[in-house]
Design a protein around this ligand. Sequence first.
Ligand code: FAD
Length: 713
Amino acid sequence: MPPHPTAAASVPGGEPVAASEEESPAARRLRLLSLHLLQPSAPAAAHASSPSSSLVPAACAGRRVVEGGGDVAAALKAYLRGRHRAAQMRLYDFFCARPDLQTPVEMTTAAHRELCFRQLRALVRDAGVRPLTLMANDPAEYFAVMEAAGGADISLGVKLGVQYSLWGGSVINLGTKKHRDKYFDGIDNLDYPGCFAMTELHHGSNVQALQTTATFDPVTDEFIINTPNDGAIKWWIGNAAVHGKFATVFARLILPLQGKGGEPADMGIHAFIVPIRDLETHAVLPGIEINDCGHKIGLNGVDNGALRFRSVRIPRDNLLNRFGDVSRDGKYTSSLPTINKRFAATLGELVGGRVGIAFCSVGVLKVAVTIAVRYALLRHQFGPPKQPEISVLDYQSHQHKLMPMLASSYAFHFATVQLVDKYSEMKKTNDEDLIADVHVLSSGLKAYITSYTAKSISICREACGGHGYAAVNRFGSLRNDHDIFQTFEGDNTVLLQQVAGDLLKQYQEKFKGGTLSVTWNYLRDSMGTYLSQPNPVTARWEGEDHLRDPNFQLDAFRVNKLSPQYRTSRLLHSVAARLQKHSKTLGGFGAWNRCLNHLLTLAESHIESVILAQFIESVKSCPDEKTREVLKLVCDLYALDRIWKDIGTYRNVDYVAPNKAKAIHKLTDYLSYQVRLVAKELVDAFDLPDLIIRAPIGMQSEAYAQYTQYVGF
Ligand SMILES: Cc1cc2nc3c(=O)[nH]c(=O)nc-3n(C[C@H](O)[C@H](O)[C@H](O)COP(=O)(O)OP(=O)(O)OC[C@H]3O[C@@H](n4cnc5c(N)ncnc54)[C@H](O)[C@@H]3O)c2cc1C
């Protein structure tokens, strides 16, 4: 497409045109645009009471007046930097020093798969990283390494996740000592590349309906792994098409003659270690058929394959027997009484994969936002009459696109750091409340963050104009590689239902006199009461101090003692009542389906409130005053933008009066503008080396020069 000829020719340098009766529609647009480029007005109360008034700009929207911007970036960087930053920096340095391991912009699927395997091998064997040891001893460092690997190439992060979170994680978490003794080192040092074979052609999310069987043969003391029909072919299995030598295969455990009347007994889904290729020759083993799932939309460094088993025999010891075992004489034992409990325990142990995906998705969001913000600062277009062009980040529309996204990156950063801490604590203590808490939190955050990141990458691409479309500037690969984060490790729509289900369970238990788990304590305040009318006085408060008060923001997201009607608690009360009503006529499943969208809204609302609560805590805990001030600004933008995006819901029940809704809108624009003034520092504080950013337009300096050089000038 040729460049658009109209606006570019006429706006720069033009005097602000006074309105006149003969004014044409085009002239009117230009006059409004030129006015719009001038200083945006803050809400009336803002200048007087803003805690961040030092950030208020002077006259021109294009001028940054942040005192000591570099100090702010350094202090923010120090605050964001986790305990494991050094491990990440070592990895970045390692990849920097090895051009042979860097992923080029264009390559074939076969070459990408080989490169990705070489990258993983080099990371383990040359850089000396032992991911499985890290996962077992310090999960937070493991996730930091995974994020850094994903920074080098998202395919590498996922390949690492398949090998260690999925294949390794299933062995150490679902197996017992004999499995750890036999497989741990080989998995850790990559002698035993492996797969996690759960999904089948006909069943993905519905794991309980898998059809692959593992039938015990008491004569030979073996299990026979079988694919009973084409629908049961294991599909999408990472590492299977080319590199894997083993697979953890999820199959129904069948015990012959042990069911009612001598029928075979189906003991439910269990996990089995199945060798799939010869350790020496790498030839596919007899009875196993492996085909390649082929070229994908993204993540082509990962070799996904499909596996069919024709009565493949494995020793009884290959059952990963932590939650259920079969004795030599074919008797089943388990500490857990029902198939459902065993299934929940089995899947519960795999939650680490989901934690890793949520954590890495924030890493991808940071990269995309950094490129878009740096480019928006670099790119100059139009400007006030007879004055230099201004950076496109000075356009209100651009601030509206990117600043809430930048604020969300910070919000998600703190939320996932907390998630990783909770996960590490859970692994140490095995505390039951914490296990339930981490299960729901990881499902909710994974779903919410990956959906948000997927949408945001497209917005960032568009915000970089045509240059965002060049493959070298990364948005295509970021978008395509990340897109599947919404589906694997649990489809987002399915995961959000788990969050809603947990909230409802707690709601019911509360009425039976039970207690609530730690994270959801806030719901307690609302549960003893029925929905009351919104407070007509607070519904009209519109002062900046009130809108920027964390109490108001948290109350709006969830509930407080004075006004126990908003938002999560209201959704919870109302969906519980609807479910009860519909279940009488439609049954449990029908009622759930009738209320499904309501349930998803409830889950998202809950997760947003958890994210905000953590952000507010992280602002409070920041030791440096100036940094705290900047973070408070970003946190306020996150909160008010979310409220504004859902303003219809708040207005519908008069939680906010029309004047308050307008004040929220105005303040959101104003905060976006203020965050723009520290946008450079905020993205610099992510501390992502140029090697990780890679997009020439997103480099810390000389971006245009790097871009022209790339093209060949
Ligand atoms: C690149 C890639 C790598 C993968 N790696 C592996 C791997 O290594 N090992 C492995 O075992 N699997 C792997 N998978 C499979 C992945 O885990 C599944 O795709 C995922 O679990 C979703 O299952 P599905 O594709 O069958 O989708 P489905 O469950 O069939 O979902 C299809 C659609 O229906 C909707 N839906 C389904 N159920 C419900 C419901 N109850 N309520 C509302 N909506 C619903 C979903 O939201 C979705 O939009 C991989 C997939 C891909 C694409």
